[in-house]
Design a protein around this ligand. Structure first.
Ligand SMILES: *Cc1c(COP(=O)(O)O)cnc(C)c1O
Length: 423
């Protein structure tokens, strides 16, 4: 017989349920779940990978297809404001990020925006040949930096964020760019954006932040912290849908000298002059390249209306109580897994990562019980607590399911021998 590590009594479960209910009642985002379409009964802890659809998206897409595209056809570029969508949606994202209007552009993917931002950044620091980044960055951030470095003749130096100030001190006048993710996608550790941005500036370098895992759940305050460039995707907490347009932010002070390494006709000062000589548009619009994916832009724009009803600060507060509850209950009820994510509020956002040698089986077995997280190789089970639709009650349900999975050995089931292409 498999030993049960800890018996969860009915009293324990009831006490936890009461605690969760009290936190849900007092939540600053109470009721926000009604803004989303979610299958009933599902505990969806993967909104940090693919956000759930906001209810507003469905009507916006129907309108886009039937009225705008179907009704107005090519006229819609003018009449429905399609041409300005990258800037209009960019401003809406900028408001969530603490960025002034005219500094954020929606479009392309995060990978493409990283390429543009890396090369634009180093072009602003001529004579400096080093880019510093975290070796634990999301792979695409590293792959694209490698390619950009080849084009720009840069040396890439890797250092964990805590060690970046040391690298800057040692190689101060050489560093053009510090490029980091606000949150470690694997461990869920939140990095100190204001301090690291200030450290980069003290050395004369620029700071570029990837906000994929914090936009919409942490007040980033890009302008206030003097961040130079930032990128992120639209399909995680922002809820824009699979493959939603990403975004690129550039501080207004850099606009005049900002060079787009993929200059296309959409970023031209006069796109319809059909000028064969490239002249960049004023402002962040010069970072545009080609025709935007209008349907996806309209879906993202509708998704962002969620933030007309909820402040990012409220989402932040709710994410801290829900992740704190989850991590604490895991500690007491599931001591055989390691909570990898830092406990202090200033080093955590909306994700909790657990380490276990059978993390993949655990994620699959939990999904079979209606608790959806994901797996990151080699041994991390990730749980995203998108605070607008994940409740404290969901967090307790998830821990009890985890306890049950381990007690019954469901994670060792031969039904989970092979990994699906997306884990
Ligand atoms: C999700 C994510 C990406 C995704 O990039 P795509 O170009 O959208 O595939 C990149 N970087 C980080 C840090 C991410 O979390």
């Amino acid at each position: 017989m498999r030993p049960t590590v800890l018996v969860v009594t009915a009293t324990t479960a009831q006490t936890l349920a009461r605690r969760a209910a009290a936190l849900d009642d007092a939540s600053p985002v109470r009721g926000a779940r009604d803004l989303f379409d979610l299958p009933p009964g599902l505990v969806y802890l993967d909104g940090n990978s693919l956000g759930a659809p906001p209810t507003a998206v469905r009507a916006a897409l129907a309108d886009a297809v039937e009225q705008q595209w179907g009704g107005h056809l090519v006229r819609a570029w003018n009449d429905d404001g399609w041409w300005e969508l990258p800037l209009r949606v960019g401003d809406r994202i900028g408001a969530i990020l603490g960025a002034a209007p005219g500094t954020t552009l929606a479009g392309d993917s995060t990978s493409i925006n990283l390429y543009k931002a890396y090369l634009a950044a180093v072009a602003l620091r001529p004579g400096r040949g080093v880019a510093v980044t975290d070796p634990g960055s999301f792979p695409t951030d590293l792959h694209v930096l490698g390619a950009a470095a080849e084009v720009a003749g840069l040396e890439v130096v890797t250092a964990r964020p805590v060690d970046v100030p040391g690298v800057l001190a040692a190689r101060s006048s050489e560093v053009a760019l510090v490029a980091l993710s606000h949150l470690d996608y694997r461990t869920g550790e939140l990095h100190d954006l204001p301090a690291l941005t200030a450290a980069a500036h003290e050395s004369g370098a620029l700071a570029l932040w990837d906000l994929c895992h914090t936009a919409g759940v942490v007040p980033v305050d890009l302008d206030r912290h003097h961040v130079d460039l930032a990128v992120g995707c639209g399909y995680k907490y922002l809820g824009g849908g699979p493959g939603a347009p990403a975004y690129l932010y550039a501080a207004a002070r850099h606009h005049d000298r900002l060079r787009n390494p993929l200059p296309g006709w959409n970023g031209h000062a006069e796109p319809f002059a059909m000028d064969t000589a490239y002249r960049p548009a004023p402002g962040v619009a010069r970072m545009r390249t080609g025709t935007p994916p209008v349907l996806a832009m309209l879906a993202l724009e509708a998704a962002l209306t969620v933030y007309d009803h909820v402040a990012v600060e409220a989402a932040r507060a709710a994410s801290l109580t829900v992740t704190g509850l989850f991590a604490g209950v895991v500690d007491t009820l599931v001591p055989e897994v390691e909570v990898v994510t830092p406990r202090t509020d200033d080093r955590r956002a909306a994700q909790v990562a657990l380490r276990h040698p059978e993390a993949y089986g655990i994620v699959r077995a939990l999904a079979a019980r209606g608790v959806v997280g994901d797996f990151r190789t080699p041994d991390v089970a990730r749980f995203g607590f998108a605070p607008l639709y994940v409740t404290h009650a969901d967090a307790v349900t998830a821990v009890l399911a985890l306890r049950a999975v381990l007690d019954a050995g469901e994670h060792l089931s031969p039904a989970f021998p092979n990994r699906s292409p997306v884990t």
